[in-house]
Design a protein. Structure first.
Length: 242
């Protein structure tokens, strides 16, 4: 790879924003961005943990905050390079034309899930939170083990459109691009949570300055409107190397 090209990998929630921002950055600077995509967690062949374990090297990684933190501890991502880029909230979806359930209270949320035979949730940070914290908290973990399925390597909206599930959960930004679904953003405040997507610099990068420059662009006022358009909340974090 040339010294003018950055290898960048991102998980799904930030993918739409990065697809728009990368060419804008290329036009602005003349540098090239080689984009890759994968889930923050899991053991799928294209997941970021799997690719890193197989020795792939990336200059910049954009991941859910907890996943990035774990890679910093493992020495895969450089310590002192973490920058929060965007906040993302979980949402639900049904196919357009199907009844749209009320999920706004804990009672209605719980009743809907117990009465929906096929539920899908992502293998990302929000899906892990849903299955490991929310389901046990509201006392439906045993039932959800039978009716709810974790989705690896695909967007939950795609599963909905293939008629393989009747109710899906994923970050709003990942449901937003899928045609043919109705998105439900109003979830019970007791379980709603903001997940932060963060950038870090690969510990093996040979292009530290360029990686810092690209992350600075992603965290800038210039990039913020594009991030907002894709269903995320721009954070505008300070840069740790300044």
């Amino acid at each position: 790879m040339s010294n003018n090209t950055l290898s960048v990998i991102t998980s799904g929630a930030f993918a739409a924003a990065l697809k728009l921002l990368a060419p804008m950055y290329e036009k602005k600077t003349g540098h090239k961005i080689q984009l890759s995509f994968g889930s923050s967690m899991g053991t799928a062949s294209d997941s970021i943990p799997t690719r890193l374990s197989q020795g792939e090297i990336f200059d910049v990684l954009v991941l859910a905050g907890p996943a990035l933190d774990s890679f910093i501890k493992e020495g895969v991502i450089a310590n002192g390079s973490k920058v929060d880029l965007a906040g993302s909230r979980m949402a639900a979806a049904v196919r357009t034309g199907d009844p749209v359930p009320n999920l706004s209270t804990l009672e209605s949320f719980k009743n809907t899930l117990l009465n929906t035979p096929r539920i899908a949730y992502s293998a990302s940070a929000s899906g892990t939170y849903l299955s490991e914290e929310v389901f046990p908290k509201i006392g439906i973990a045993e039932q959800m083990a039978k009716s709810a399925k974790k989705i690896f390597g695909e967007r939950v909206g795609t599963i909905l459109m293939r008629l393989e599930t009747d109710l899906g959960f994923q970050q709003y930004s990942e449901l937003l691009p899928i045609a043919g679904i109705d998105i439900i953003r109003e979830l019970p405040p007791e379980i709603q949570k903001t997940f932060y997507f963060t950038a870090g610099i690969g510990a093996m990068t040979k292009q530290l300055h360029l990686a810092q420059e690209f992350i600075a662009y992603l965290a800038s006022q210039e990039a913020a409107p594009i991030i907002q358009e894709t269903g995320l909340d721009a954070v505008l974090s300070p840069l740790p190397w300044k």
